[in-house]
Design a binder for this molecule. Structure first.
Ligand code: FEO
Length: 393
C-alpha cells in the first residue's frame, strides 16, 4: 500500500489486500479489504496504531522504511484479532524498545494468540492517556465491537478517532478518505451486518460513549478514512435502531421445483401487498448480501424442502447464520414442500433461539403446490401485511 499522509506527522502505513475474497473462511469480500495501520510522529515519541495481517507485513515494513522510522516507542493494539495484531511479533523483533500498549484483556489475548512476552506490554486503563510530546493518545474502551477486548484510540490534538474494526468496511480503494459515499456505506453496511450486528446493544452504548470526544476524523483499520464522520455515525445509528422496514427476506432452496413454485407465488403475493421482498437462492447467493438484507427487514421467511425429515442443509446453514447474526427481525415463518412428513418447522424454530421472533403460520405442503396451498401462502402474505402495518408507520 502506498504511504499516505492523513495530517502532518500522521501516516497511513498499512496494506491493501485487493485480491482477498474470503475472510475467516466465512465472509465473502467482493471488494477486497485493507489492514490500516497508522504511524503518529509525536514531538518526543512515535506510535503505531494497529498493524497488518501477517500476510502483508512486508508492505508495512516497506512503508516504515520509506519514512525512515528508526524507532517506534509504542505499538497500540486496539484489538487482538490477527488481521490487526498479527505483525506485532515481527515489529517487536525489529523495534526492540517498542512497548505494546493495550488493555488487560487484549494483552491476555495477544499472549494466547501470538505468544508475546509479558515484559513487552504497557497496560492501560479506560480513559488513560499517553503523551507523545506534543500529541496525546486517549484510550477509550469500546468492548464487543466485536470482541470483548476491543478499544478505540483518540488522538486529542488532531481530533482523530482510531476505531479499528468499529466503523470499518472491507473495501480496498486507493482513496485515503471516503470519496464515493454510497459505495462506502454499502460496504460498511455489509461489514456491520457480518461483524457488528450481533452486538447491536454494545455498539449503541459505545457510540454514545465516543460521541462526547468531538472527533473530526474516524480512521478505522479496514476501508477508507471518514473526514465527515457524521456519514458513518448516522448510518450506524439507523442500523442499530429498532426501526424495521416493510420488507421480507426470503432465503430459499428447492430441489425439484415445488418449493420454488411456492416461493414464486409468495413473492408475487407480497409485492401485490406493497411489501418489499428480497429472495436469496441459497445455492447461488453471496451470504454477505443476505446478511446485509437482514439489517433492516421486519420479516424473514425460510423456504425449504424437507430432506431426510428436516430442512435442506443449505437452509440449516442460513438459519444458523441468521441465529448467530441476531438481526432485529420481528417476524418469521417457514414455507416449503415435503414428500412424506418430517420436522422441518420444529428444527428451524429450535435453531433460531437467539432471536426474539413472533412465528407466523407456516405453510408446509405435500408435493407440488395446489390451489388450496396457494391460498395458504396468500393468507401468510396477508398476515405479514397486517403485522407490518401494526409496527411500521
Ligand atoms: Fe479486523 Fe476483528 O478484525
Amino acid at each position: 500500500m502506498a504511504l499516505q499522509e492523513l495530517k502532518k506527522g500522521i501516516y497511513s502505513v498499512g496494506a491493501k489486500d485487493w485480491d482477498r475474497r474470503i475472510f475467516d473462511e466465512l465472509i465473502p469480500l467482493p471488494d477486497g479489504t485493507s489492514y490500516n495501520s497508522y504511524l503518529i510522529e509525536g514531538g518526543k515519541k512515535t506510535a503505531l496504531i494497529d498493524t497488518v495481517d501477517p500476510e502483508k507485513k512486508d508492505e508495512l515494513f516497506t512503508n516504515l522504511q520509506k519514512l525512515n522510522v528508526e524507532k517506534i516507542d509504542y505499538i497500540i493494539a486496539n484489538h487482538a484479532e490477527q488481521d490487526h495484531s498479527g505483525s506485532i511479533p515481527e515489529l517487536l523483533a525489529k523495534y526492540t524498545d517498542a512497548k505494546v500498549v493495550t488493555n488487560q484483556k487484549c494483552k491476555l489475548f495477544l499472549q494466547d494468540l501470538l505468544h508475546i512476552q509479558e515484559n513487552k506490554f504497557l497496560v492501560i486503563k479506560d480513559g488513560e492517556t499517553l503523551s507523545l510530546g506534543d500529541k496525546t493518545l486517549e484510550f477509550i474502551f469500546t468492548p464487543w465491537v466485536h470482541w470483548p477486548e476491543t478499544m478505540t484510540t483518540y488522538l486529542r490534538e488532531d481530533k482523530i478517532l482510531f476505531s479499528c474494526d468499529f466503523f470499518g468496511s472491507h473495501l480496498a480503494t486507493s482513496n485515503l478518505f471516503v470519496k464515493n459515499i454510497p459505495k462506502v456505506i454499502e460496504d460498511a453496511k455489509r461489514y456491520y451486518a457480518e461483524i457488528m450486528m450481533p452486538f447491536r446493544i454494545p455498539v449503541r452504548k459505545n457510540i454514545e460513549k465516543i460521541q462526547a470526544l468531538g472527533f473530526e476524523i474516524i480512521a478505522p483499520s479496514h476501508g477508507p478514512v471518514y473526514d465527515k464522520p457524521e456519514i458513518i455515525i448516522n448510518a450506524y445509528k439507523d442500523w442499530i435502531s429498532d426501526r424495521v422496514e416493510n420488507e421480507v427476506v426470503l432465503p430459499y432452496v428447492s430441489m425439484h421445483g415445488s418449493t420454488e413454485r411456492m416461493v414464486s407465488f409468495f413473492i408475487d403475493s407480497l409485492i401485490e401487498k406493497g411489501i418489499k421482498v428480497r429472495p436469496f437462492n441459497l445455492i447461488k447467493t453471496d451470504l454477505g448480501q443476505l446478511a446485509t438484507a437482514l439489517v433492516d427487514a421486519a420479516t424473514v421467511v425460510i423456504a425449504t424442502p424437507t430432506v431426510l425429515s428436516g430442512p435442506h442443509p443449505a437452509a440449516v446453514y442460513a438459519v444458523s447464520i441468521l441465529n448467530a447474526l441476531k438481526p432485529k427481525t420481528k417476524f418469521a415463518s417457514v414455507i416449503g414442500s415435503y414428500g412424506w412428513g418430517g420436522r422441518t418447522v420444529e428444527i428451524i424454530k429450535a435453531n433460531l433461539i437467539n432471536l426474539k421472533l413472533e412465528f407466523l403460520t407456516p405453510v408446509l405442503i405435500k408435493g407440488f403446490p395446489k390451489e388450496d396451498n396457494f391460498l395458504s401462502l396468500e393468507k401468510l402474505a396477508e398476515e405479514i401485511y397486517l403485522k407490518h402495518n401494526e409496527i411500521i408507520n
